[in-house]
Design a protein around this ligand. Structure first.
Ligand SMILES: Nc1ncnc2c1ncn2[C@@H]1O[C@H](COP(=O)(O)OP(=O)(O)OP(=O)(O)O)[C@@H](O)[C@H]1O
Length: 301
C-alpha cells in the first residue's frame, strides 16, 4: 500500500503537486493519469525519496521511504528506461543494481527470464531497442521482488506483442497481491489494464475511483443501432429518443434502452442488424474530466 497525505511539492513558484491525498492499493493495477505537467512524475519521485516533499507525507507500507531498510525490496520503479549505461550489458546493469541495493544476485537471472530478455542479457544495453530498454527497466523494478511497483510510461516503445505482454505482466503482478501503479498517456491500453484510476490535474486530485465507475459516471449511454428498411429513426424519435445518424450508416440512439428499441423494431416490422450499447471511451471521459486542467494545448489553425 502506498499512501499520500496532503502531499505538496513546489519548485520555486510552480506547485507541481498540490495537497494530494490518495492511496494505491494492493491487488490492483491503478492507472495514475493526468495531462502533461499534472505532477505524476513528481509524485513518483517524492514517493521514491528522490525529491523532498514541500509538505505532507508519503507512506510506503505504513513507513516513510527514509525508514525502509531495503527500499527496492518494498517499492520498485521504472522512471526512465533510457537511464542505462550503454556499454554495460543488461545483465551487468542488473547485477550492479542488485549489488548496490543489497539484493541477492540470483534475482538477476529470475527477472531477466520474467521480462523475456535472458537471450540478449549479454549484449550492451546501448544496442537495445526502446522496447528492450523498457523491459530492462521493468526488470530493474522487479529486482527486489517488491510489493509496490511504480511504472512511469512502461509501454512506451513496445510493439503490439510487447504491449500485450506488458498488460499480462501488470495483471499478473496485481494478481500476486502487489500494488501496481501505472502512469501512461495511452488511454486505450489503460482501459484494458487498469482496475482503478487516480486522475490528477495541475497537481490536484480529480478522481480516485474504479475504472468502471469512472467510465460509467461521465459517459453518455448510447446505443448503436442498424436496421434494414426506412423510417426507423422517425419511429425512435416518436418514442422520445434522440437519434443521430452515424457516418457509417448506423444510428446513435439516446434515451431508450435496448429492449425498447427492439420492441419498436418489432412493432414497425423492421429487421435490426445491430444493437450495441456504446459507452464513452476512457480517452473521451478523461478529456472531459481533465479539460479544466490542461496546461499545454495545440492552437486551432
Ligand atoms: N525539476 C523541476 N524544476 C522545476 N519545475 C519542475 C521540475 N520538475 C517538474 N517541474 C514542473 O512541475 C510540474 C509537474 O511536472 P511533472 O513532470 O511531475 O508532470 P507529469 O504529470 O509527470 O507530466 P508528463 O505527463 O508531461 O510527464 C510541471 O509544471 C513541470 O514543469
Amino acid at each position: 500500500m502506498l499512501e499520500l497525505r496532503g502531499l505538496t511539492k513546489r519548485y520555486g513558484d510552480t506547485v507541481a503537486v498540490d495537497d494530494l491525498s490518495c492511496a494505491f492499493r494492493p491487488g490492483l493495477v491503478t492507472g495514475f493519469l493526468g495531462p502533461n505537467g499534472a505532477g505524476k512524475t513528481t509524485t513518483m519521485l517524492v514517493a521514491l525519496g528522490l525529491q523532498r516533499a514541500s509538505a505532507g507525507v508519503v507512506r510506503v507500507n505504513g513507513r516513510r521511504f527514509a525508514d525502509l531498510a531495503v527500499p527496492m525490496a518494498e517499492v520498485g520503479a521504472l522512471l526512465d528506461a533510457q537511464a542505462v549505461h550503454p556499454n554495460r550489458s543488461g545483465r551487468e546493469h542488473l547485477r550492479y543494481l542488485a549489488a548496490s541495493n543489497r539484493l541477492p544476485a540470483r534475482r538477476v537471472g529470475e527477472v531477466l527470464e520474467r521480462v523475456g530478455l535472458a537471450a540478449v542479457a549479454g549484449r550492451p544495453a546501448g544496442t537495445y531497442s526502446l522496447g528492450m530498454k523498457q523491459r530492462l527497466g521493468i526488470a530493474g523494478a522487479l529486482l527486489g521482488d517488491p510489493g509496490i511497483l511504480l511504472l512511469d510510461e512502461p509501454i512506451n516503445g513496445l510493439d503490439p506483442s510487447g504491449i500485450a505482454w506488458a498488460r499480462t505482466l501488470m495483471r499478473d503482478l496485481a494478481g500476486e497481491g502487489r500494488t501496481v501503479v501505472l502512469s501512461s498517456h495511452l488511454m486505450s491500453e489503460m482501459e484494458l489494464t487498469a482496475d482503478h484510476l487516480v486522475v490528477i490535474g495541475r497537481g490536484r486530485l480529480i478522481a480516485d475511483t474504479s475504472l468502471a465507475s469512472f467510465l460509467a459516471g461521465a459517459a453518455p449511454s448510447a446505443l448503436l443501432v442498424r436496421a434494414e428498411g426506412p423510417g426507423f429513426a422517425e419511429a425512435l424519435r416518436a418514442a422520445g429518443a434522440t437519434v443521430r445518424p452515424e457516418p457509417d450508416g448506423g444510428l446513435a440512439v439516446e434515451g431508450l434502452d435496448a429492449r425498447a428499441v427492439g420492441r419498436i423494431a418489432l412493432a414497425e416490422r423492421i429487421v435490426l442488424t445491430e444493437l450495441t450499447p456504446r459507452r464513452g471511451s476512457l480517452e473521451e471521459v478523461f478529456m472531459t474530466a481533465t479539460a479544466g486542467a490542461v496546461d499545454y494545448r495545440g492552437g486551432a489553425r
